[in-house]
Write a protein that binds this ligand. Structure first.
Ligand SMILES: [Zn+2]
Length: 285
């Protein structure tokens, strides 16, 4: 039997985040990666004992929207509006990834987050190489809810990232069967059409259905930019959130990212359907 590894964090100020938001001074014992005791812990033979008298102990941070595939692109595409930012910079750079650069990008992004206390992320990939992201998450120990990005609308997506809708769904299903719920449920899949602009109604509807079939989350960008909203209004004769709602992208299992430009009706829809919103102020201010 493998030797038990234990770490005793001694005498820290513990931010419990319980229902009463209590702050306690005490110890935390971690055994084989699992937090097993909290309070006054008598474990003199712990493998590692850390004096936390001058430290604050708190649960890991949760980052609700990341793109591990873009870590290497920082500083390359600043000060552009959303659609030219994607078309001129981000999409060509995403398309240039191979499996090795994707792994490096993921490893660096995960290392930065773990170092700053983030232990759980919700991530959207590019159209390819999502196995590499999961493999890096598996090895580093971060908790991830992630999925490949999906894009099948030919008029708005460049050829080098354009997918056939059926293939995109098949690849998503393969990734679900490979990774979803593995590592004691630390790795979970989420269906991630990039945004309404880049997807056919067929892809949106089928990806929502697939998420519910397998118990995955839904994760997409929405209403970040006025040009994006105008494009959907022209193409679909619908407000963006109404459009996403029609094709299944609302509910407790759904995260809509940005949601900067909503009208009151759209806000009510998100409220009434218990849809989560991930605001990203640094992207939009
Ligand atoms: Zn994003």
């Amino acid at each position: 039997m493998a030797a038990q590894k234990s770490t005793l964090l001694r005498n820290g100020l513990i931010v419990t985040m319980d229902n009463h938001e209590r702050l306690l001074r005490g110890d935390i014992l971690i055994e084989n990666g699992v937090l097993t005791q909290l309070g006054q812990v008598d474990k003199k033979n712990a493998t590692t004992i850390i004096d936390c008298s001058n430290l604050i102990l708190l649960p890991g941070f949760i980052q609700t929207h990341t793109h591990l595939c873009q870590t290497l692109f920082r500083g390359q595409a600043d000060d552009l509006q959303l659609l030219p930012w994607l078309q001129q910079k981000i999409w060509p750079m995403e398309a240039s990834h191979d499996a090795e650069t994707m792994r490096i990008s993921a490893r660096l992004g995960i290392a930065e987050m773990l170092k700053s206390g983030t232990t759980t992320i919700q991530d959207m990939g590019s159209t390819h190489h999502y196995d590499e992201i999961f493999e890096e998450a598996r090895q580093t120990g971060i908790r991830i809810n992630g999925g490949k990005c999906m894009m099948d609308f030919a008029e708005t997506v460049p050829d080098y990232l354009l997918e056939d809708g059926k293939s995109s769904l098949q690849e998503s299903e393969r990734l679900i069967k490979t990774w979803h719920g593995t590592e004691n449920n630390r790795l979970r899949y989420s269906m991630a059409p990039r945004f309404a602009v880049s997807c056919t109604t067929h892809l949106l509807a089928e990806s929502a259905a697939m998420a519910r079939q397998y118990g995955c989350n839904l994760h997409t960008h929405a209403s970040e930019n006025r040009d994006e909203i105008a494009l959907i209004e022209k193409r679909e004769n619908s407000r963006n959130i109404d459009f996403l709602h029609k094709y299944g992208f609302t509910g407790e299992d759904t995260t809509l990212v940005h949601c900067v430009w909503l009208n009151e009706h759209e806000k009510d829809t998100l409220h009434d359907t218990h849809t989560s919103v991930a605001h990203c102020p640094a992207s939009n201010l």
